[in-house]
Design a protein around this ligand. Sequence first.
Ligand code: GUN
Length: 319
Amino acid sequence: MASEEKSTAQISQRAELLDGARIADDIKREVAAEIAQLWRKPEQRPCLAAVRVGDDPASEVYVKNKIRACEEIGIRSEHHALPGSTTASELRELIGSLNARNEIDGILVQMPLPGGIDQAAIIETLNPAKDIDGFHPVNVGRLALGRPTFVPCTPAGIIELLTRSKIPIRGANACVVGRSQIVGRPMAQLLIQNDATVTICHSRTQDLKSVTTQADILVVAIGSPGLIRRDYIKSGATVIDVGMNKISDESVARALFGDEAERRLEIIKKRGYTLVGDVHPAEADEVAGRRTPVPGGVGLLTVAMLMRNTVKAAGKRRL
Ligand code: GUN
């Protein structure tokens, strides 16, 4: 009886799942309509060049998803898949030629690059006007100054998710866990611009819990499976999980997924792994007001925002 009562109580306060898939579809539909209106002839439509080096399987999937999204909404694309043996100077040469080609509107260099290549130096070779990821120092600087720019796609997608889900940002206490160039730092900039009070935490933060439990909006991008447990979360908070970690151990999956464990165990049997974020989903459900699922949360928004940035680049360059 006691356990029945507990499970009823848990169900009654389960966090609402934020629907990243629906919002990503809405954004892609809006971008597709804009393309169809601005560029009637297919051969004039925006064109994205995707560059991938090496054979990291996750990067391969991400780039494939980006190219597929281009096809769905009417963006032209080309995919440059280079071997892991590619040198920095060969990569610079390719980027130079993409910078110079007028028909290319946006260039995406999938990260991470293989160990021997200096990522920061490669990013600096991009034409900032074609840097649809918003990674070039010129665009990073513009973002820091609060000026219009290309904004990195994952944090931009999270702002869309929050605003379209009517979650107030102005005046909210926001905590970003993770200080990466791709997510944590630009996320904090965007939250500041949206009038949140922002704290950035990272792997060296002392007493992480004491900070995260103050957050009305908690964004986690640190790459540590299930790190954020029930006692890290303020009751009713919105928890945005950017993590993408592979889990193949059945007992770990059971501990993480609660009611969803059986379905996840089936996935492990079929594929050898299932994905979990940086947030412990079963425990977050007991405390949070809303959370994003993994998969199906922010990953889809990243792709949608890349499409939007590509159209923006084409518009600025050609209209
Ligand atoms: N690696 C992880 N996320 C991203 C992203 O948004 N863009 C690129 N280029 N590489 C990534």
